[in-house]
Ligand binder design. Structure first.
Ligand code: ZN
Length: 148
């Protein structure tokens, strides 16, 4: 198993290559806040596949973040606005957290399909976010020998 530092280094090299390609093709013309945020998203996605490892830092932080999101949704529903979407969202997150207990290491989260499924929603915000996120995810699979 590669440590998160290894994943960061491999992602950094991949992101540099991607950035060079985007500059050369004229898709981006300079460093801007969107590019910096895309790079950071890719960095986070480069360790996301290890969410299937119960002892990993990724699992620990993502679980805490999602649990806090559930609590925030429920508090908002109770004290701010009784919008049913908040209940549905908290239920969906809770089900996701529950299902994480049954994932096996280097299982579904270590596939290119999971990378596509988790990166594509970012395309709705910005194509460059999805591109860097997917690059981060794919670089993790490459380091783990699970890309092909
Ligand atoms: Zn991994």
């Amino acid at each position: 198993m590669s440590g998160y530092r290894t994943h960061f280094v491999i992602y950094g090299a991949s992101a540099l290559g991607l950035t060079y390609l985007l500059f050369r093709t004229g898709y981006i013309s300079g460093v801007n806040p969107e590019l910096v945020l895309a790079f950071i998203l890719g960095l986070l996605y480069s360790i996301l596949p290890d969410i299937d490892t119960p002892a990993s830092k990724t699992r620990e932080y993502v679980s805490k973040l999602l649990l806090a999101s559930v609590m925030l949704c429920l508090l908002s529903y109770t004290f701010v606005e009784p919008n049913l979407k908040l209940l549905y969202l908290s239920f969906a997150i809770a089900v996701f957290l529950y299902l994480l207990w049954f994932t096996k290491h280097r299982g579904i989260f270590h596939t290119i399909y999971a990378g596509l499924f988790l990166s594509l929603p970012l395309y709705l915000i910005s194509p460059i976010y999805a591109l860097y996120a997917f690059t981060g995810f794919a670089s993790h699979l490459l380091a783990d020998g699970k890309l092909f």
